[in-house]
Design a protein around this ligand. Structure first.
Ligand SMILES: C[S@@+](CC[C@H](N)C(=O)[O-])C[C@H]1O[C@@H](n2cnc3c(N)ncnc32)[C@H](O)[C@@H]1O
Length: 378
């Protein structure tokens, strides 16, 4: 582990040297997370679950994937011969739970496609899905790029929050960008006047809509709008379901959120320093769901719904699935109840995570958004 970290540090420092001694945080984050073979998501070390660094909803309990199946089933019934395409499938847990539940409901997709950036995680997914669902593995396809034309359900859970971001500071009348350099024996911040024109424009526009104090710090994901746009262009018929940490733009860039939203996870501890433990810790930031909605609708999708994860899962029947488990008071049953609570409680995943669905060319109401409609806040 230490050797891997040391090699990644050397790679990042070599890139810094090529760039005159420092890198914008965006490029540092890209290398720390995705540098081939070494970055956090590329290096093959265990990340998910109790022995890893964090637990995502599908890692926590199959009830998450089983609830999502209600939404998936409705989309697949509306799109004959539709497929599922999951972005960033992590350990493969959601794919397994969804396929199992869709099979039980006689609503299997023609193919379950996975577009995964990390070669190491692709390998893990092939292994675990092959063991868990040997009779369905033929349906699972790993793609190396977005299909030109896709029909069915596209979904991503906790993928957008792992995209590299620019980190900026608003000075009151200008924009500075955070760079990263090597000082003494570790990485350190260095603040420079921003020279990226898009960043300056975006931050200046954001500042005009808010009353930020001087020194306000936040992040901006320069790839988000283009990613949603190209995914929307690919979606010929069906729906795109995105679940992530995040909020509407006005809350994402709220005046009081003055130190930004960067969050790192290392062995189940959350903290705000992305410059330590390169390759060994996850780095995330909040998703701006207003940009997601704008980019999707600009590409011709209709905004189906936006709600908290808790309301989405309840509308998809999580409570009914829970009640259908044998309520025998056994430790196993109580553990399931506890995990369901983690998905739903406002202080846990219930409110910090939001669900957004966009659709094209299908009729009928999609389950997930009948209990709460937050579209007016976007
Ligand atoms: C925080 S993990 C979430 C994993 C899984 N979805 C879950 O909920 O357990 C982020 C996943 O997204 C992948 N990823 C990040 N950016 C991606 C992209 N642009 N396209 C596809 N996968 C991506 C990572 O390699 C990783 O598998």
């Amino acid at each position: 582990m230490l050797a891997l970290q040391a090699t990644l540090v050397e790679r990042i420092r070599a890139r810094m040297a090529e760039r005159g001694g420092a890198l914008p945080f965006l490029e540092f984050m890209e290398l720390a997370l995705y540098s081939p073979g070494l970055g956090y998501y590329s290096n093959g070390l265990r990340k998910f679950g109790a022995d890893g660094d964090f637990i995502t909803a599908p890692e926590l309990t199959p009830l998450f994937g089983r609830s999502l199946a209600t939404h998936a089933e409705a989309v697949l019934r509306a799109v004959p011969d539709g497929d599922v395409l999951e972005f960033g499938a992590g350990s493969g847990a959601l794919a397994i739970d969804l396929l199992r539940e869709l099979e039980a409901r006689a609503a299997l997709p023609r193919h379950y496609c996975i577009l995964e950036r990390s070669a190491a995680l692709q390998q893990l997914q092939r292994e675990v899905i092959g063991v868990a669902l040997p009779h369905l593995v033929e349906r699972v396809r790993w793609l190396d790029r977005l299909p030109e034309s896709f029909k069915g359900l596209m979904l991503a859970n906790e993928v957008l929050d792992a995209a590299p971001v620019r980190r900026f500071q608003w000075t009151g009348n200008g924009v500075r960008e955070y760079w990263v350099e090597w000082q003494d024996d570790g990485f350190a911040w260095s603040l420079r006047d921003a020279d990226d024109e898009r960043l300056v424009q975006v931050v200046t526009d954001l500042a005009q809509g808010h009353d930020w104090p001087s020194g306000y710090v936040s992040e901006w994901d320069p790839s988000l709008a283009a990613w949603v746009g190209s995914v929307a262009d690919s979606l010929q018929q069906g729906a795109l379901l995105l679940i992530d940490y995040g909020s509407p733009r006005s809350e994402r860039y709220h005046d009081q959120r003055a130190s930004g939203s960067l969050m790192c996870h290392y062995r189940h501890r959350a903290h705000g320093n992305p410059l330590i433990l390169p390759g060994l810790q996850d780095i995330t930031s909040y998703v701006d769901f207003t940009t997601v909605a704008e980019s999707g609708t600009a590409a011709g999708l209709a905004l189906e719904g936006f709600s908290t994860q808790a309301h989405f899962l309840l509308d998809c029947g999580l409570d009914r699935l829970l009640m259908a488990l044998e309520p025998d008071g056994s430790p196993r049953y109580l553990a399931q109840v506890q995990k369901a609570k983690q998905l739903l409680m406002p202080g846990e995943m219930g409110e910090r995570f939001k669900c957004m669905a966009l659709r094209r060319g299908i009729e009928g109401v999609l389950p997930g958004f009948r209990q709460q409609d937050l579209r007016g806040r976007l």
